[in-house]
Design a protein around this ligand. Structure first.
Ligand SMILES: [Zn+2]
Length: 68
């Protein structure tokens, strides 16, 4: 198996089988937590558990006028 890219993915990747863990399909909304706590989830494909570290990043938008 090729080396898995487990960091900074839009969906968590199972480190056991390489499956993408679909957050909306699995209704795993608790992974979107602002405190950045590590979560322990089970892969629906291989049924093994693994840890997920949410990476929180901020971006900023600006404009001369207040259009927001
Ligand atoms: Zn898996």
């Amino acid at each position: 198996m090729d080396e898995l890219d487990l960091s900074f993915n839009t969906e968590p990747i199972c480190p056991h089988c390489g499956s993408e863990f679909n957050i909306s399909e699995n209704e795993a909304w608790h992974l979107y937590n602002e405190d950045g706590d590590v979560k322990y989830i089970e892969c629906p494909d291989c049924e093994k558990s693994f840890f997920v570290q949410p990476n929180i990043s901020y971006t900023f938008s600006t404009d001369k006028k207040n259009i927001f």
